[in-house]
Design a protein around this ligand. Structure first.
Ligand code: PNS
Length: 160
């Protein structure tokens, strides 16, 4: 069984994330999307809400499940018998830190990281930018799944 993890904050999931998750699902028997629980980071959605939205939008893939973790990603990998980490690379600016983490994770645990180039139409998309633009009324409907977009606008309105 070839099982990979796509880790991240997913606050919220974007089409950029889905692009990577879907392509990873085509390469591995099973893909686990693991949401980082980071209490020190102020998020728009709770971990439970993010997991719920991920479950909805990844349901069509069939071999994708959603989990959450805190602490080290490599510990999560060991506990769930995962031998590969899949990360999307949007631009060279992502590369330095991603390489450092990949090498650290490899040294800590032997788990390899595979970098997948983000599809060009999503190379400028990040959750934080999508939230910022939406907060100021910009139209980012085409960058996140429709139900996620609706919930994001609701939450932004509630917080305003
Ligand atoms: O979506 P993000 O916030 O860019 O995802 C970052 C994430 C969750 C992939 C990264 O911060 C991570 O793996 N954190 C877990 C803690 C850990 O293992 N740190 C050591 C990395 S070498």
């Amino acid at each position: 069984m070839r099982r990979a993890v796509c880790p991240g904050s997913f606050d919220p999931v974007t089409h950029g994330h889905l692009d990577i998750i879907g392509r990873a699902a085509g390469l591995f028997d099973e893909v686990v999307v693991a949401v980082l629980v980071n209490k020190s980071k102020r998020s728009l959605f709770t971990v439970e809400e993010r997991i719920g939205m991920l479950e909805d939008v990844t349901a069509p893939f069939g071999n994708v499940s959603i989990g959450s973790f805190h602490g080290l990603l490599v510990d999560y990998c060991r506990e769930h018998d995962i031998h590969a980490i899949v990360k999307g690379l949007r631009a060279v600016t992502d590369f330095d830190y991603e390489l450092q983490m990949a090498q650290m994770n490899q040294r800590l645990s032997g788990v390899d990281t595979l970098f997948m180039s983000t599809s060009p139409e999503y190379s400028f998309v990040s959750s934080s930018l999508v939230k910022e633009v939406a907060t100021y009324g910009g139209d980012v409907a085409h960058l996140v799944p429709a139900p996620v977009y609706r919930r994001m606008l609701e939450r932004i309105r509630e917080r305003a």
